[in-house]
Design a protein around this ligand. Structure first.
Ligand SMILES: [Zn+2]
Length: 113
Protein backbone atom coordinates (compact mmCIF):
# COMPACT_ATOMS: atom_id res chain seq x y z
CA UNK A 1 0.00 0.00 0.00
CA UNK A 2 1.40 3.36 -0.95
CA UNK A 3 0.68 5.98 1.59
CA UNK A 4 -0.08 9.39 0.24
CA UNK A 5 2.64 11.80 1.13
CA UNK A 6 1.13 14.39 3.44
CA UNK A 7 3.92 16.89 3.14
CA UNK A 8 6.17 18.49 0.54
CA UNK A 9 9.93 18.32 -0.08
CA UNK A 10 10.60 20.94 2.55
CA UNK A 11 8.55 19.03 5.11
CA UNK A 12 10.18 15.75 4.14
CA UNK A 13 13.63 17.20 4.77
CA UNK A 14 12.55 18.54 8.17
CA UNK A 15 11.01 15.18 9.11
CA UNK A 16 14.13 13.28 8.13
CA UNK A 17 16.23 15.45 10.41
CA UNK A 18 13.64 15.17 13.21
CA UNK A 19 13.94 11.40 13.08
CA UNK A 20 17.63 11.71 13.96
CA UNK A 21 17.10 14.08 16.88
CA UNK A 22 19.40 13.45 19.85
CA UNK A 23 18.77 14.28 23.51
CA UNK A 24 17.89 17.95 23.76
CA UNK A 25 16.91 20.57 26.27
CA UNK A 26 15.05 23.81 25.78
CA UNK A 27 17.13 26.09 27.94
CA UNK A 28 20.23 28.21 27.66
CA UNK A 29 23.67 27.59 29.08
CA UNK A 30 25.39 30.57 30.66
CA UNK A 31 28.91 30.75 31.99
CA UNK A 32 29.35 33.19 34.86
CA UNK A 33 31.89 33.77 37.59
CA UNK A 34 31.38 33.69 41.32
CA UNK A 35 33.11 33.55 44.69
CA UNK A 36 33.37 30.13 46.31
CA UNK A 37 32.85 31.40 49.85
CA UNK A 38 36.11 30.01 51.22
CA UNK A 39 37.80 32.87 53.13
CA UNK A 40 41.23 31.32 52.40
CA UNK A 41 40.67 31.40 48.64
CA UNK A 42 42.06 34.29 46.59
CA UNK A 43 38.53 35.05 45.38
CA UNK A 44 37.85 36.61 48.79
CA UNK A 45 40.33 39.32 47.72
CA UNK A 46 40.04 39.31 43.94
CA UNK A 47 36.30 38.88 43.62
CA UNK A 48 34.41 36.48 41.37
CA UNK A 49 37.04 34.27 39.71
CA UNK A 50 35.40 30.84 39.69
CA UNK A 51 33.64 29.90 36.47
CA UNK A 52 30.26 28.27 36.85
CA UNK A 53 27.94 26.98 34.18
CA UNK A 54 24.27 27.54 34.76
CA UNK A 55 21.38 26.24 32.78
CA UNK A 56 18.47 28.68 32.69
CA UNK A 57 14.96 28.28 31.41
CA UNK A 58 11.49 29.72 31.91
CA UNK A 59 8.87 27.81 33.80
CA UNK A 60 5.47 29.39 34.36
CA UNK A 61 6.96 32.86 33.72
CA UNK A 62 9.71 32.28 36.28
CA UNK A 63 13.36 31.94 35.34
CA UNK A 64 14.79 28.73 36.74
CA UNK A 65 18.46 27.84 36.99
CA UNK A 66 20.38 24.64 37.45
CA UNK A 67 24.07 24.17 38.11
CA UNK A 68 25.92 22.18 35.45
CA UNK A 69 29.01 20.25 36.58
CA UNK A 70 32.13 20.98 34.54
CA UNK A 71 32.42 17.43 33.20
CA UNK A 72 28.94 17.73 31.68
CA UNK A 73 29.33 21.21 30.25
CA UNK A 74 30.13 20.15 26.68
CA UNK A 75 27.40 17.53 26.72
CA UNK A 76 24.77 20.00 27.98
CA UNK A 77 25.93 22.46 25.32
CA UNK A 78 25.07 19.83 22.70
CA UNK A 79 21.60 19.33 24.26
CA UNK A 80 20.99 23.07 24.08
CA UNK A 81 22.07 23.17 20.42
CA UNK A 82 19.83 20.22 19.65
CA UNK A 83 16.98 21.99 21.46
CA UNK A 84 17.43 25.02 19.20
CA UNK A 85 17.50 22.77 16.16
CA UNK A 86 14.28 21.09 17.29
CA UNK A 87 12.59 24.47 17.61
CA UNK A 88 13.82 25.43 14.14
CA UNK A 89 12.64 22.12 12.65
CA UNK A 90 9.21 22.47 14.29
CA UNK A 91 8.84 25.90 12.68
CA UNK A 92 10.16 24.55 9.37
CA UNK A 93 7.71 21.64 9.32
CA UNK A 94 4.81 23.91 10.31
CA UNK A 95 5.67 26.20 7.40
CA UNK A 96 5.92 23.20 5.05
CA UNK A 97 2.49 21.95 6.14
CA UNK A 98 0.96 25.38 5.57
CA UNK A 99 2.49 25.45 2.10
CA UNK A 100 1.22 21.93 1.50
CA UNK A 101 -2.34 22.98 2.41
CA UNK A 102 -2.09 26.09 0.27
CA UNK A 103 -0.92 24.08 -2.75
CA UNK A 104 -3.84 21.62 -2.33
CA UNK A 105 -6.29 24.48 -2.24
CA UNK A 106 -4.81 26.03 -5.38
CA UNK A 107 -4.81 22.68 -7.20
CA UNK A 108 -8.47 22.03 -6.39
CA UNK A 109 -9.41 25.48 -7.57
CA UNK A 110 -7.50 25.09 -10.87
CA UNK A 111 -9.07 21.62 -11.47
CA UNK A 112 -12.54 23.04 -11.24
CA UNK A 113 -11.97 25.90 -13.67
ZN1 LIG B 1 37.30 30.91 45.70
Amino acid sequence: MTRQRMTNDRGKAALERLRRIKPFIQASLNITKKRCGNPQCRCSQEGSIHEVALLTWKEEKRTRTLYVPIELRQEVKRWVQEGKLLKHLAAELSQAQREFLTSKKKRRKSNKS
